[in-house]
Design a protein around this ligand. Structure first.
Ligand code: PGA
Length: 251
């Protein structure tokens, strides 16, 4: 069965390890009772170990970023192999908040390669900053996707998950409307197919992110026809996120 993937990006929250453990424990209790959702939480690096639970749990751990370097003299960096070693399964790569502080497409592609080599499942975040009437944003997005995927061998296409996040919808009041999400998910698949071939384009999972909450999750999955959601703010609000998970599990 093709499970929906729901990824909670905690960003730089919560403030303490104690709170992180409580959120993880509560989300795990819900995630373990779901049959058609794979739930992933991405706590800040320092809280990842504290958020892991029993190995039988269905809740998966993700990281919010990864180093573009393999190892060595890189102060402050965390490598893909280190993440794998502590039980991380997924990693966000190229989130717009990382791109804003310096991640170029070239850096993103290096992070993708190292993540894949370490056995992590990278979630490649892409999205336009603004939308213009003339549709130039489509070209911008195409370029971003192609350059981020540069250097990835075709045989690894199946390990990559795409997350379409229009930057203007992140941290906003409203998500993109579902009919547009549907169009954009198709566009992302088409560009993916340009890079890796038609079959890979048909198979790739596309998530949507940007102001997702329990009230719009059902519509975004059904009418937006995406394979899952990347949730920011609402993923650390346990009651709201739990409800969202249960709603998606019923789809
Ligand atoms: P948001 O963030 O849900 O708070 O808009 C989404 C994201 O940055 O992934």
């Amino acid at each position: 069965m093709n499970k929906k993937l729901i990824v909670g990006n905690w960003k730089m929250n919560p403030g303490t390890l104690g709170e992180a453990k409580i959120i993880a424990r509560k989300v795990r209790r819900i995630a373990d009772g779901l049959s058609s959702v794979e739930t992933v939480i991405c706590p800040p690096y320092v809280f990842v170990c504290g958020c892991s639970g029993r190995s039988q749990s269905r809740l998966r751990l993700g990281a919010q970023d990864v180093s573009q370097e393999y190892g060595g003299a890189h102060t402050g960096e965390v490598g893909a192999n280190m993440l794998r070693d502590i039980g991380v399964k997924y990693v966000l790569v190229g989130h717009s908040e990382r791109r804003k502080i310096g991640d170029t497409d070239e850096i993103v592609s290096k992070k993708l390669v190292l993540s894949i080599n370490a056995g992590l499942i990278p979630i490649l975040c892409v999205g336009e900053e603004i939308r213009d009437e003339g549709g130039a944003y489509l070209e911008t997005l195409k370029k971003q996707i192609k350059e981020s995927l540069f250097g990835i061998a075709k045989k690894y296409a199946g390990t990559i998950i795409m997350a379409y996040e229009p930057v203007w919808a992140i941290g906003a009041k409203q998500a993109m409307i579902s009919s547009q999400i549907c169009e954009m998910a198709i566009f992302v698949k088409k560009v993916f197919a340009d890079v890796f071939g038609a079959e890979a384009g048909m198979k790739v999972k596309v998530l949507y992110g940007g102001s997702v909450n329990k009230n719009n999750a059902d519509d975004i999955i059904r009418a937006g026809k995406v394979d899952g959601l990347l949730v920011g703010r609402d993923s650390i609000d346990v009651s709201s996120f739990s409800e969202l998970l249960k709603i998606v599990d019923r789809i």
